[in-house]
Design a protein around this ligand. Structure first.
Ligand code: ZN
Length: 277
């Protein structure tokens, strides 16, 4: 059965404007999760219309409990909560997955103009590099898909996200869901219109001929510039983790799964196993 994997974030969804929409304790999250769900549904419906039999959706924002299961059509398998070994790309290990879409994504931490731009956790990480390349969430997701020989065919987010996607998914259809006015302001069309336009973009993406996967060669040198010097110090206690400078640690990993696990660990670890997201 042909399957499409959608990795879904929230910052890049139309109408999402600030942190007030991003976590369950904020006043706009309850509606923002509906916008996110609707964007995922728009892409899933395009996939079914073009012959895919199942859509895997990796809810990859915040606590990964954002997308509303009751709002999904049949044959959408929803991946929820953390931790999970393939992190934002859980499902890529399914050999029936043919292609991937990144929905609601945002630019990486080094983007000056990107709306809500950060890499993985703005609180924990200032910058991430993979084999010397600046590594946003989109870049890592594309590298993970590429390690399985799978292409990214669609990326949605603000213009900075789509520009960045030119580096990691040059064949993908880029859909600009909103206009960034700054780190915490944006303008966008009504969510239902965004979804209609996104559906059209997905239809085009699903017709791409031979989109190329991103190839990042192993071994993977992962560099993490932490926001906390103590976090960098503690990470350097781990075997095979090298401290490059006050804030930066590096690890060389042989498989992409190890990269996904390592970043998951850095973001999610707490001594009592509680996940604070
Ligand atoms: Zn997010």
């Amino acid at each position: 059965m042909r399957k499409l994997l959608i990795s879904a974030d929230m910052e890049g969804c139309g109408a999402v404007a600030s942190q007030h929409a991003l976590t369950p304790d904020r006043w706009e999250w309850a509606v923002a999760r509906k916008w996110m769900t609707a964007e995922v549904v728009a892409v899933a419906e395009a996939a079914f219309a073009s012959g895919y039999g199942e859509v895997l959706v990796a809810d990859s924002h915040g606590n990964a409990h954002n997308i509303e299961p009751d709002g999904l059509p049949d044959n959408v398998r929803l991946v929820r909560s953390w931790p999970r070994p393939f992190y934002t790309m859980q499902g890529i290990e399914d050999p029936e997955v043919e292609a991937c879409a990144l929905v609601g994504y945002h630019a990486g931490s080094m983007s000056a103009g990107g709306h809500l731009a950060h890499s993985f956790s703005g609180a924990a990480l200032r910058e991430v590099r993979l084999n010397g390349q600046s590594c946003s969430e989109g870049y890592l997701s594309a590298a993970c898909a590429g390690a399985f020989g799978r292409p990214i065919i669609l990326v949605s987010g603000d213009a900075a996200t789509i520009e960045e996607a030119g580096r990691f998914a040059p064949d993908a259809v880029g859909f600009v869901s909103k206009q960034s006015l700054g780190w915490r302001s944006q303008s966008s069309l009504p969510p239902r219109q965004v979804c209609r336009d996104l559906r059209e973009a997905a239809d085009r993406a699903l017709k791409l001929r031979d989109p190329r996967p991103l190839r990042v060669e192993a071994p993977f040198k992962l560099e993490l510039e932490m926001t906390s010097t103590v976090a960098a110090e503690l990470l350097s206690y781990l075997p095979n983790v090298e401290r490059l400078n006050t804030y930066t640690v590096a690890a060389t990993l042989d498989r992409i799964e190890a990269v996904m696990r390592f970043i998951s660990f850095v973001i999610l670890y707490s001594p009592n196993g509680s996940i604070a997201l």
